[in-house]
Ligand binder design. Sequence first.
Ligand code: BGC
Length: 738
Amino acid sequence: MTETYMNKNATVAERVSDLLSRMTIEEKIGQLTQLPANVEGNTDKLEEWHIGSYLHCTGDAAMRLQERAAKTRLGIPLIFGIDAIHGHCFDNDATVFPTQLSASSSWDRELMREMAKVAAKEVRATGIHWTFSPVLCIGRDARWGRVNETYGEDAWLIGEMSAETVKGYQGENFASPDSILACAKHYVAYGETTGGRDSYEADVSRRKLKSTFLPPFRKAVQKSKVASLMTGYHSNDGLPCTTDKWLLTDVAKTDWGLDGFIVTDWDNVKSLHTKQKVSPTIEDACYRALVAGNDMMMSTAEFYEAAVKLVKDGQVDIEVVNNAVARILTKKFELGLFDEMRFYSPDRQEIFGNPQNLELAMEASLKSIVMLKNDGILPLKPTKDLTVLVTGPNADDVIAQLGDWSFGSMQAGATNDSFHREQAVTTLQAFQAASKQYGFKVEYVKGADCIDSEFEQVEELARALTQADVVIACVGDTLAQNGEFHDRANLDLTGKQQAMLEQIKASGVPLIVNLVASKPMTIPWVAENANALLCGFNSGTKGGEAVKRVILGEHNPSGKLTISFPYHVGQLPVFYNKYEGWHAQNSHTTGHKERYIDMPEHPLFSFGEGKSYSQFEYSNVYLKQVVIEPNTDIEVSLTVTNKSVIDGTEIVQVYFNDHFSSVTTPIKQLCGFERVDIPAGQSVDVTIKVNFSDLALVNSELEEVVEAGTFSLMVGASSKDKDLITLEFEVTQTTKVH
Ligand code: BGC
């Protein structure tokens, strides 16, 4: 007779409970242990430690391990996790999309979903079931090495983007070939570590967690049913996330009803002892991590033996372990791993060779490009007599263009010079191809290097400049300057990049700067001196082609920044939604100037900013209702007119401000947006709904409430005051939400 857990007709709950009843303590702890497959000796432990999960398995290794797992006493399948962060990038044939920061400039929910769907298909086709994505951290400090992994600086926007990404990964049914588990990380406020230093301490209070950092995760759990969360490396207000029972159990599991499990980040458990020093022994670290609510421990090999002992000695209640195992097994059953999907292995060609995937990558790159300046030089007319000088370290550098998590888990160490080269198009390559199509001339001089501070080509550049009609300078940073362990105190252009730009400027040849970078850089000189500035960050495999299309007017840019650029690193933080009291206007009353005396108050480029070749005009902005009863959503309507002769896309943004409140609240806070396609010369009516609950603050009692009183609603093209039309509405009653 088939055991219940192997019976497909039984419910998942019945199968889990049957399997649990058959498992030894060792087998249970094995399910909670996740080891990196690429660290020597770890795969040898599969049978001995009853390992439940491996991460970073590439090639056919996953299948081989799965075959071994099938032969164990209970045949419990392995679940494999990988960092498919902007595509299944550790696989050479996979589609490499723009990074989260880059793609977020599209403000395109559907695009987020579609990219995730492609990644899911490609991941699943390689025998892997789970991606450690998306990142829901808030990118407020550009010094942090991992800013490229975020959807920018706004928690609300992060919630919107990540909710769609999770839906794309997970699909409708985990047992289908285009579905994988998503993992919302890093739980929580990991981007807020002091001074942008990765994994350090964050001084974030519980009230701030509730008001700013938890909401995107709640959306992922409640709206998109994300299957897993990853516990951050750091501590909040002195408490390591790994030991924070309130965070893991009370909030995520009990209050939000997480239907899934929580995995720690890399070796978090051991770090409690070796780094954060809250545990005098490894055993104590394991104890604390388990009882706080972590279900799976990533990369702490010591966990297995210590945890078995803790349970056998009665120090950890077996129910704690059962609960964690049940959460993991539930997902394994739902993924179909006990059934047909255990050895799912489709024809790679069909999945990876799909031209539609590359078309989507192209669309993503196009939508991610932000035009930050244009004095009229763009679009460039590709006439036959034109000589275009393409220059800069990132003009022809696939590693810099694709960025972090594109080549393997080595990240910044990646020097891989063959990966993704078949699909990737750099700016230089795109212009070389275009020169054949249009008949203009392209010259290339690298000119400078991001890393090698000595490298310069002053003479070569000078020679080329005498022939050039226009220069496209691709500057920024490269992979070795970002990602984990690569925070930067200085965000200026490195090497001789600045000198190279100044040489070009001095020559009088018009200068178009293309910023290929992982994050905002401090480039006031560029903003002032370049004729045009484009920014795609790490804009994916088709990034170079996309930039070329924008420059030559084959595509009208629509991207808008989701992160502010500082003038100077000392000006950080410059995020737009600062709290009341930072507002320059208030300085009249308090007598304080809320800015540095040697720096403007505003950023160099603001959140929501981005130009188009079209000109848009806003009119007829009105609210459906100006007196808002509890739990009534707000509706704002407007007309946007494309005053130009080319079709364009405008990203309409809606912000609010709570005039007087019991705690300080942001001077403005994004609460709605819409991408609107507007044909040349036409007008489009737009209505945007703002959820009543999004007006909430967290009061001193840690309750989420919308307080009665007057609010402003600001509608327009960016977060800048000059771009916004302001209306007012009244909330009649203070109302608890969530
Ligand atoms: C990172 C995570 C990642 C994990 C596994 C950690 O160092 O912080 O984001 O998912 O490694 O590679």
